[in-house]
Write a protein that binds this ligand. Structure first.
Ligand code: FAD
Length: 306
């Protein structure tokens, strides 16, 4: 297990000097509930500017439940920080006209990057039924968005296979369809098994996909929630990792340090094996995201200085 590092130092780093070991980082936030929470979140997101993120994305509640808040948060990131915003958009439970209208609102608000996602039905994933007048799958959504404007588009990928997929091969076929439809990159579901990730990347390349695959990294800030998510999403959570965080449940400060150290170590190991692009699921904790980046970047920077 990674020894927790006691520092949570948020001072700026010269991340541009990482040189040949350069990596790209992006962050994901969910839209705050109201304007006051948004006002509190924005300065925290600006604290991440020093890491030169490729983008910060804002999730979208399936069925459009966060439509206004997603748009407003992403638009404010674009207007009030130097970080390019990306807004997620799901197509579940909505007609094409409704989805297209949200996309046009994004464009008119200065948002040029969409994370195009199908979304999940409430209840069991197996119950998915496309809206009769909607985009059935994310690939259809990507095609629709390309017709609306020249968006940069990212899509989702699943190193341990999407739970509804009949097979890994079929899942890969549909991933290729999304990228062929015009997506620029795929961001993965979170994972803890690096071997599964690299096997997946090998299969992706063998399938003729050359788009960047961005590794989705989830710091374990709440072990119960991560156990639940992992079960729901078919993600393997190693028993040793779960046990470590279960032991720390009564000590929030130590648990937080361990979450930071574990996420940074996961990124460092992936980086050492050639992975260069990382997407951090921040759970709206910008301080934690910054601390992970610090622990990730510092050793790389020192290597670059030698
Ligand atoms: P798709 O790519 O459409 O795939 C869904 C399933 O259908 C897969 O099993 C695939 O193999 C299969 N499939 C695809 N095309 C076809 C076809 N033509 N025929 C038959 N089967 C097909 N959820 C939210 O609600 N809001 C968000 O903001 C959000 N952001 C996310 C960001 C990332 C990076 C990730 C990894 C997930 C995100 N999710 C979000 C969760 C997402 O909604 C679920 O994972 C959902 O179940 C699948 O979305 P998708 O875009 O990958 O779907």
């Amino acid at each position: 297990m990674v020894p927790p590092n006691s520092r949570e130092d948020l001072s700026p780093l010269r991340t541009d000097s990482i040189g040949k070991d350069r990596l790209t980082i992006s962050f994901e936030f969910f839209p705050p509930r109201d304007r006051a929470a948004e006002d509190r979140l924005l300065p925290n997101i600006r604290r991440l500017e020093g890491f030169h993120p490729r983008f910060v994305s804002v999730t979208y509640g399936a069925g459009g439940s966060t439509r206004e808040n997603t748009l407003s948060t992403a638009a404010r990131i674009g207007a009030e920080s130097v970080i390019p915003p990306a807004a997620h958009l799901t197509c579940i439970d909505a007609s094409r006209e409704e989805v297209d209208s949200v996309a046009r609102d994004y464009w008119n608000s200065g948002i040029r990057h969409i994370v195009a996602i199908r979304g999940d039905p409430p209840g069991r994933a197996k119950d998915y039924e496309p809206h009769p007048h909607g985009y059935a799958y994310a690939a259809d959504l990507v095609s629709g968005l390309r017709r609306i404007a020249n968006f940069e588009i990212s899509v989702a990928a699943y190193p341990e296979v999407h739970p509804e997929a009949a097979s890994a091969a079929q899942d890969l076929t549909y991933l290729k369809r999304k990228l062929d439809a015009g997506a620029a990159r795929a961001i993965t579901q979170f994972f803890f098994n690096s071997d599964a990730f690299f096997r997946f990347v090998d299969h992706v390349r063998a399938a003729g996909i050359d788009a960047p695959i961005v590794a989705g990294i989830m710091p374990i800030t709440n072990i119960k929630r991560v156990q639940q998510f992992s079960r729901h999403c078919g993600v393997t959570l190693p028993a040793e990792l779960a046990a470590c965080f279960e032991r720390l449940q009564q000590d929030p400060a130590a648990s937080r340090r361990q979450a930071i150290a574990t996420a940074a170590e996961q990124c460092r190991r992936l980086h050492a094996q050639g992975q260069r692009a990382f997407h951090l699921y921040t759970m709206n904790d910008a301080g934690l995201a910054a601390a992970v980046c610090k622990q990730l970047y510092e050793p790389l920077q020192n290597q670059g200085d030698n």
